[in-house]
Write a protein that binds this ligand. Structure first.
Ligand code: PLP
Length: 442
């Protein structure tokens, strides 16, 4: 169909997620993507872009993988869908649950499947409450998250998200969710004392769980200060609170390890995952629970667990998940993420030497960010009407790189999350273009 016609239909009939409806009506679709191959996306006018965000932080093995299409087709022909409710089961879901357990940190060996990250975090939060309820502690209901966290847009995940804009649309969906300060900007000690103070104020005996991403993604790729997560783990233990790690972005190789927490030597009680488990080829998410939680559930969760999605453990999605993990293992993509992550960080550091508005730069594996500030010596930010990150993103787009700006709370952060198959030369190209884009808007 003609591009013009598609844009007209898009405006008329398609309400886009996380978008400005008014801007869509005014400008129409900015880009209609036609195909993907490796780290590249191509639009309908044959413009080629580096997908420096792995689309939505998820296309870990890169675009255009025939093996994944074949795994889906094979499974669909054999058994496209069958329920896993009650005691029904099927091979791909069983094998993927087993595989994920083998990759997860020690002591986490049971998986509940969902269709995506929001459902995973809702599930984690509901399971945490259920865990306490079946142990005759129904008063342990409160959830504590941290500011700038993003956990999704379902009921509990919207509430756990620490970016209040997400509560505007329909209110904070759940009560009993509180947020502690983020270590970003204030440091580990103040953030930990804020967390302790929220726990103490709310009453530790009423808190079910703490939830956080090991490295915050949508908040601006915020890497935790040294020992922060270990001390969070200690605090949770001190108060008997469950620790949920939201690994929706950081899981499945993104940081050069299977799970982000492995970089910090902490073991959570529950891990939520999605995105990278299928590299976005099909919708799938889930939570992994500790043996301790699983044992409590086995012993005390009597009757039906009234929680399940039609697509929990979808045969086609789980078959694709298995193949996706096989690709990661066969191609050594975790090692590549580590090595290329170092190359990317080196490139960012060079930019910092060359350009006078580059502030903090960071990367763990292939999850990184470049922060732009008016004065790197003092970290002084640009005035809110002069924020530069969106302009840099636009200049990058013109140069064939798609990435994301975070301007929340006056920050100017350019996020990078390229596919784990990226090579050195492609990283260099990406960084050269970033250099030119920053220079242009400066
Ligand atoms: N958690 C994190 C850390 C995320 O980054 C996201 C999505 O970006 C979610 C949860 C929500 O996942 P989904 O959009 O699949 O519902």
């Amino acid at each position: 169909m003609e591009q013009e016609k598609l844009i007209e239909l898009d405006k008329k009939h398609f309400i886009h997620p996380t978008s400005s409806i008014q801007q869509q009506q005014k400008d129409g679709a900015k880009m209609i993507v036609e195909k993907g191959d490796g780290i590249y996306l191509t639009d309908r006018n044959d413009n080629v872009y580096i997908d420096a965000m792995s689309s939505l932080w998820n296309v870990n093995v890169g675009h255009g993988r025939e093996e994944l299409a074949e795994a889906a087709a094979e499974q669909m022909k054999k058994l496209a869908f069958s329920s896993t409710f009650s005691t029904f089961s099927h091979e791909p879901a069983i094998l993927l649950a087993e595989k994920i357990s083998s990759l997860a940190p020690e002591g986490l060996n049971a998986v509940f499947f969902t269709s995506g990250g929001s459902e995973s975090n809702d599930t984690a939060i509901k399971l945490a409450r259920h865990y306490w309820r079946v142990q005759d502690k129904p008063e342990r209901r409160k959830i504590i998250g941290i500011n700038r966290a993003y956990h999704g847009v379902a009921a509990a995940s919207t509430s756990a998200t620490g970016i209040p804009e997400f509560w505007n649309m329909a209110g904070k969906m759940m009560t009993d969710i509180y947020h502690a300060d983020n270590p970003y900007g204030i440091g580990k000690d103040k953030a930990l004392s804020s967390l302790r103070s929220v726990i103490e104020t709310e009453g530790p005996e009423t808190v079910a769980a703490f939830i956080a991403e090991p490295i915050q993604g949508a908040g601006g790729v915020l890497v935790p200060p040294e020992n922060y997560l270990q001390e969070v783990r200690n605090l949770c233990d001190e108060y008997g609170i469950l620790y949920i790690a939201d690994e929706v972005i950081t899981g499945f190789g993104r940081t050069g390890k299977w799970f982000g927490v492995e970089n910090y030597g902490v073991t959570p009680d529950i891990i939520s995952f999605a995105k990278g488990v299928t590299s976005g080829y099909i919708q799938l998410g889930g939570v992994i629970v500790s043996d301790q939680i699983h044992d409590v559930l086995k012993e005390k969760s009597a009757g039906t667990l009234f929680h399940g999605y039609t697509y929990s453990g979808h045969p086609t999605a789980t078959a694709v998940g298995l193949k996706n993990i096989e690709i990661m293992e066969n191609e050594g993509l975790l090692e590549n993420a580590q090595k290329m992550g170092e190359v990317m960080l080196k490139g960012f550091k060079k930019l910092k030497e060359e350009l006078d508005i580059v502030g903090d730069v960071r990367a763990v594996g292939l999850l990184g960010a470049v922060e732009l500030v008016e004065d790197p010596a003092t970290n002084k930010r640009f005035a809110s009407d002069l924020q530069v990150a969106p302009k840099v993103i636009e200049a990058l787009h013109q140069r064939g790189v798609i990435c994301r700006a975070v301007t929340y709370e006056g920050t100017d952060i350019i996020c990078f999350c390229p596919p784990l198959i990226i090579n050195e030369q492609q990283i260099e190209t990406m960084i050269e273009r970033l250099h030119d884009a920053i220079k242009e808007v400066r």
